[in-house]
Write a protein that binds this ligand. Structure first.
Ligand SMILES: [Zn+2]
Length: 168
């Protein structure tokens, strides 16, 4: 660790790292890391699963990490969160000042985004929509992601879409 950190901080980090290492070793040896969530029917959130798997992966237990994510994927509603790649998001906006379209529906956007993982890509897509809405409408509004699809829409798609990967 860099010497620019005061000794007290370095000591704290060393202590935390040693504790994490001891945790990983103990949970790997007992098999708890592999079995706990599935045996007890635990439902990990996407972030729980990612951080749990990440801890074991960073100590070299990639099989354990994969198993944790595989167990989580059985219940995961947003599998794109855990994968790197490109996704197409359909996002709807609603709010007191948001204009509905000609059919009386809330406006929707189709946005293509990519990132370190799908959670990051979704975050970028939603932020992009929100910045557009802020320019257009006063007051509050909310957005919801209606659909997530892997890849970009086909060239023949009848709707228009925005690829924010180029804008970024
Ligand atoms: Zn998930």
């Amino acid at each position: 660790m860099s010497r620019k950190y005061p000794k007290k901080v370095r000591k704290e980090y060393q202590r935390k790292l040693a504790a994490a290492e001891a945790f990983v070793e103990s949970w790997t040896t007992s098999g708890l890391a592999w079995n706990l969530a599935s045996d007890h029917g635990c439902t990990l959130s996407c972030a729980d699963a990612d951080t749990f798997a990440g801890l074991f992966r960073s100590f070299g237990y990639s099989n354990t990490a994969e198993q944790i994510l595989a167990d989580h994927s059985d219940d995961c509603d947003t599998p794109h969160y855990h994968q790197q790649g490109v996704w197409t998001f359909t996002i709807k906006a609603e709010g007191p000042n948001v204009e509905k379209d000609d059919d009386g529906d809330w406006p929707m956007w189709t946005v293509v985004a990519g990132g370190e993982n799908g959670a990051d890509a979704e975050d970028q897509a939603v932020r992009w929509i929100r910045s557009k809405l802020k320019q257009r409408y006063a007051g509050y509004f909310w957005t919801s992601v209606l659909e997530v699809e892997s890849g970009t829409p086909s060239e023949l798609a009848l709707y228009s879409w925005t690829d924010i990967r180029k804008a970024a």
